[in-house]
Design a protein. Sequence first.
Length: 347
Amino acid sequence: MKQTSDPAEMRYAGPLFTKEDTMGSGPKSNVTVAEQSTLAPLPDSVEQDETELEGLINRTTQQALAKLPSVTDKEIERIINARAALIKTVRAVAIKMTHPHDWTLYKARDGSVVGVPAAAACLVIRRWAGISIRNHRGIDGRPGVPTRSETTNSKNEAIFVLEMLADGFWGQNVLPDMESVPANLRSDDDFTGRTKRDERYGGPRPEDLSLSLRTTLDSKVVRAMLGITKVTEEELKALGLDTAKCTKGSGFGTASERAAGAVAEQGVPEMAKALWDEIVKRTGGNLGEAKQLLVDITKRAADPKKEGDKGFRGFDSWERFTKAWQIENAAKALAKHEVFGDRPEGE
């Protein structure tokens, strides 16, 4: 990053907001490691981006200090400490202003949880941090136009790749603080556009891929400038974000369980968790037995009167509930269960 010899130039004009100013309250997350069906590390692309950007930060810092040959060691230390304090404050304010739904949590095999900001969060962070991103260009230097190249993927399918660079600035600085940050997207990536069209309809639109690339690049610059490629769950909580409302990525159950949580009716997750707690209580804390009991009270036999009806094998996780009536039916079945059901008074 570019350094400045005058700490007074490094000021943040926005107000400091408290948790009460911006955040509401929400349910606490009680998901345990034992309940996770799939544990996985962060996506490779996140780790790769972080390594790449850390190297970029180091190079730009060294270049900036090299331009100040007459500065003493103490002055260099003062400059770096002032910059670090500024970034720490701006980073905290900017993260506080985001919504937890715009963060994705990932759980690693060792149980540690980190949050990665989505594009929507990066947009808010960029505004409150006073970051401007300019000089969008292809790697061939054409302004505003990504460079396109043709290649094949591992399946030997023909695809195209779009690549673009941009510079990041604090406010309206003349010289960039992050220079030539790269990003690319492939036509076979699961990019975020209006729609990723099926191959039978012509495949992905180049214009959608270009828009998604621009969003990806801008988010990458913001994450690099504030060091928010990965943020611990503890820090997010300390800054007022209710991580129970964050999007769950790999490590938090199976993909189908995460999808079910995304479409659940309001209040259903809390009701489902309460039912699960009761099931665990009735099975004496045996999670394996509790899981089987949940399957038993939610399964449905095939209806012979309905052609093709195969029945339902039951939920193996409380996170699969999406409707209130599903929980009500399960609670009734639990009450009637021959082993763990309700006991008559005095029994």
